[in-house]
Design a protein around this ligand. Structure first.
Ligand code: FAD
Length: 837
């Protein structure tokens, strides 16, 4: 009995030390002290005392660094040296790009919440706020979606002039060069607002404010290059584009076949050493109207004119489009969102070496430059554009679900619709939280590559779902195109954000975890550096320290995962009390399980994890859900923790954590090594899968918040174009639900009067007149009801056109073409002539 007591004590202390991640020396001392007491009290005679001392001494020896280095570490190091796949320069660049922020805490299995909670709330400067409320508001007012997307298929001239005059294309260029010098947060909020009104203009403004010539120059350009280009770009005298993608190289951009060969040639009348370029690019935004191309190509120097190397790799240069041999001007037609996008080709375009961004010394550094910049930019433009469309979508749909009645009820009251409204609202809240908090971290100087990839993927995917849901709830109203349709173009534009800057399937499968695992892991990157250290002795010393710290970390995560899973994370310390406390605790729990699962996956699958994309994707999803839950909690805190918003916070956190749980389950079901899969299941789900998704009741609570003119609705829609003016349907929808609050009680009076027989007429319109005649409502109230009804009818109306108006080609001219090229297939001819298909 006494032995059992001491064994329990020793086991309990060991688990506590591991749970608290106490370092090896202190743990050894603590366990040693307990063992001494046990030995004295048990007179030192039992077999257990001997066994425990043997285990303890083995543990204690690990504290002697020289011994463990020479006998253990050196062997492990050899295995790793043979096992580690050699990293290409491209992969190394990708791994080392950017910085590690909150995602590193999630990866540690023991997040330090202070790091997140101490980040200030998002705050624009006065000037940025004035720009959002002034020129951005005015620009939104000027935009006519139907005119742009159907009538002109381009941005009208007056809008271009306004964009140029107000420097919209140079938000990221510092003031010293004539730009606006805005922060990432301001850049994001301006784009969000524009995207809530028009996708074409948002895409046009987004590109120069993302990865492109200006951004490249600011980070890598020589002073001369900055002076040459930045003032023109700031004033929009120069229109930039960035050309990387080519027909053979899309997602695998490093496979571009565009070439630059170092050679002698004539430029400006002088014989110089320069580069002769050939390229064939496609999908390039702004290319048709660009004056300067940021061009990515592979540089070769076969005659060794600039050094000893023959191949330099991907290089970026600025090419004026006025040079002989540059071809621009034709347009692609991106899914009915007619921003300028098209191919560009170049044939034997000769440029000086100092056209390379950063000068000749940056030859071959193009890929590193792109990856580094993308690690920030990816988190701003596309996530903000998706967010603007989502906020507008949910704001409009919530109001529409209130004013659109079927079966005598606003459709938002039906639980089936309520579930969809809750999803739209929750997703929009998550997207807002992720954008605002991450951009605030970018403002503070962080360059976190993994969170920006998470934002790119999840904001655009959630945006896609919100766009779908909005269409479903609007029914036919969303489908009929025309000036009155405020949804369909956003719906159509969804695949653009999904595809650009790393197509989403690839981002999920390869980037989030593939990059995250190594970049954010507390040890792996340093371990790789130690393993590949050319000074083998120094590598051994470093590797030894890292290896034992890593083992302790993995043991700690195993214990933390099991204990928190078993206790439903009730006892883990978190910074918040109150309603959100449990979500913080569950993030702690899943963070430990995630860190453990990642380590086991990397250890047992190794480099093959890159090819097992679905396992990597699931781990990436878990990391993403934990990241997004933390963003929701931080955003709620930043907003002053309003009680009214709690149902949305609860919906969001529950949904995200439930999905994290399900992705763990999927990972374990598919884990190749079944023994490790069982062990992981025991440590992650000792009591099974116990987390639930949001309840039906919660969904309806969330729906009520968005179909009524609540403060929550106002907070959720902050930063979009919602002004109540005749050309803005979403402003008018808001006006209608505010009016509904006043008019619906009057309508109810009429209905009640009919029910108790005070009114005879069964026709709804006649009932109103009769109610007035019988003094049930006043004349003024009758007018209010009629005006309200008229507004509703205007809002639910759709457009119709004559066939001639709809046709882009007259039937006669189309017929002529057919007549000119008669088909040889007589049956096809017959089908055409009868018009049958
Ligand atoms: C509207 C628009 C604007 C653009 N603007 C620019 C621009 O300004 N400058 C520029 O250089 N480029 C631009 N692009 C190009 C864009 O970056 C590419 O379209 C993108 O990289 C994907 O390439 P792809 O279209 O050739 O698709 P592919 O590379 O052919 O990919 C097809 C599908 O396969 C998936 N896939 C590919 N490899 C993997 C993998 N290993 N694992 C899992 N899935 C994978 C992708 O996720 C995608 O779903 C633009 C594209 C569009 C559509």
């Amino acid at each position: 009995m006494e032995t059992l007591f001491w064994l329990i004590i020793i086991l309990g202390v060991s688990l506590t030390l591991a749970y608290k991640r106490v370092e090896l020396k202190t743990s050894t001392a603590a366990l040693g002290a307990i063992l001494v007491i046990y030995t004295i009290l048990s007179d030192g005679g039992t077999l257990w005392v001997v066994i425990l001392w043997v285990i303890f001494i083995s543990l204690a020896i690990l504290n002697v660094e020289s011994l463990r280095r020479e006998h253990i570490t050196i062997r492990v190091l050899e295995v790793f040296r043979n096992m580690l796949p050699s990293l290409s320069k491209t992969e190394r660049n990708a791994l080392e790009a950017g910085s590690v922020w909150w995602e590193g805490e999630l990866f540690s299995g023991m997040p330090n919440w202070q790091k997140l909670t101490e980040l200030p709330a998002p705050q624009l400067t006065k000037e940025e706020q004035a720009f959002l409320d002034g020129p951005t508001e005015k620009l939104c007012y000027l935009l006519d979606d139907w005119e742009i997307t159907h009538e002109l298929l381009k941005i009208p001239d007056n809008v271009w002039v306004f964009i140029k005059e107000n420097n919209f294309l140079s938000m990221i260029i510092p003031k010293e060069y004539g730009g606006l010098g805005f922060s990432p947060l301001a850049n994001s909020m301006v784009l969000t607002k524009i995207a809530s009104r028009n996708a074409t203009v948002a895409a046009t403004i987004g590109v120069p404010n993302s990865l492109g010539p200006a951004e490249l120059l600011l980070h890598y350009g020589t002073e001369e290059q900055k002076k040459r280009w930045l003032p023109g770009l700031a004033k929009t005298d120069e229109i930039p584009c960035f050309a990387l993608t080519s027909p053979r190289a899309g997602s695998d951009a490093t496979a571009i076949t565009d070439k630059g060969v170092v050679c002698r040639g004539k430029f400006g009348g002088k014989e110089i050493i320069g580069i002769c370029l050939i390229w064939d690019k496609r999908y390039i935004t702004l290319a048709p109207i660009a004056t300067v191309l940021g061009l990515a190509f592979k540089l070769y120097d076969p005659d060794h004119l600039i050094g000893n190397k023959t191949e330099y790799g991907i290089t970026a240069a600025l090419i004026p489009t006025s040079l002989r041999g540059v071809e621009i001007g034709r347009r692609h037609f991106p899914i009915n969102i007619p921003f300028q996008n098209g191919p560009t080709r170049g044939k034997n375009v000769f440029v000086p070496l100092d056209y390379i961004i950063g000068g000749p010394k940056m030859a071959g550094e193009g890929w590193r430059m792109l990856v580094e910049l993308l690690s920030v930019g990816r988190g701003i433009v596309l996530p903000s554009n998706a967010l603007g469309a989502a906020i507008a979508g949910v704001y409009a749909t919530g109001a529409y679900a209130r004013i659109r009645r079927q079966f005598n009820l606003p459709i938002g009251k039906f639980h089936g619709v309520g579930e969809v409204l809750a999803r739209m609202t929750g997703y929009t809240y998550i997207m807002t939280a992720a954008s605002r908090v991450t951009c605030t971290a970018l403002n503070a100087g962080e360059k976190p590559a993994v969170p920006t990839a998470i934002l790119k993927y999840h904001n655009t995917e959630m945006g896609r779902c919100v766009a779908n849901d909005a269409m479903d709830i609007h029914g036919g109203k969303g489908i009929m195109l025309g000036p009155k349709n405020y949804l369909a173009r956003n719906y159509e534009s969804v695949p653009i954000a999904i595809t650009v800057e790393g197509a989403n399937i690839l981002t999920r499968s390869l980037i989030i975890f593939g990059q995250g695992a190594t970049r954010c892991h507390p040890f792996v990157l340093e371990e790789i550096a130690a393993v590949t250290d050319k000074d083998r002795q120094s590598g051994l010393v470093k590797f030894d320290k890292l290896l034992f710290a890593h083992i302790g970390y993995a043991l700690s995560n195993a214990v933390r995962s099991f204990v928190m899973a078993y206790t439903h994370a009730r006892f883990t310390g978190v910074p918040k009390r109150g309603a959100t406390r449990r979500y913080y605790q569950h993030v702690n729990r899943y963070s430990a399980s995630f860190a453990l699962a990642s380590d086991v996956a990397m250890l047992t699958i190794g480099g093959d994890l890159k090819r097992k994309e679905l396992l990597s994707a699931r781990l990436g999803d878990i990391l993403s859900y934990l990241y997004l839950t933390s963003m929701v909690l931080k955003h709620y805190q930043d907003q002053g923790s309003p009680q009214d918003d709690l149902p949305i916070v609860e919906w969001s956190c529950r949904t995200l954590l439930y999905r994290a749980q399900e992705q763990f389950h999927g990972l374990l079901r598919n884990f190749p090594n079944r023994w490790f899969a069982r062990l992981l299941r025991f440590l992650i789900f000792p009591r099974g899968r116990t987390y639930f998704s949001p309840s039906d009741e919660l969904c309806q609570e969330v729906a009520e918040l968005i179909i009524n003119p609540t403060d929550t609705r106002t907070r959720l829609s902050y930063g979009i174009y919602k002004t109540i003016e005749p050309s803005n349907p979403i402003g008018l929808l808001q006006e209608a639900i505010e009016l509904a609050e006043k008019v619906e009680p009057l309508e109810r009076k009429v209905i009640e009067a009919y029910k108790v027989g005070q009114i005879d007429s069964s026709d709804a319109s006649d009932q109103i007149d009769e109610a007035e005649r019988r003094g049930i409502i006043t004349a003024e109230e009758t007018i209010q009801i009629r005006e309200f009804d008229q507004k509703i009818m205007n809002l639910i109306a759709v457009d119709d056109f004559s066939s001639e108006d709809l046709a882009r080609k007259t039937v006669r001219s189309a017929g002529k073409k057919i007549a000119k090229k008669p088909t040889k297939n007589p049956s096809a001819r017959k089908k055409r002539s009868t018009g049958k298909r």
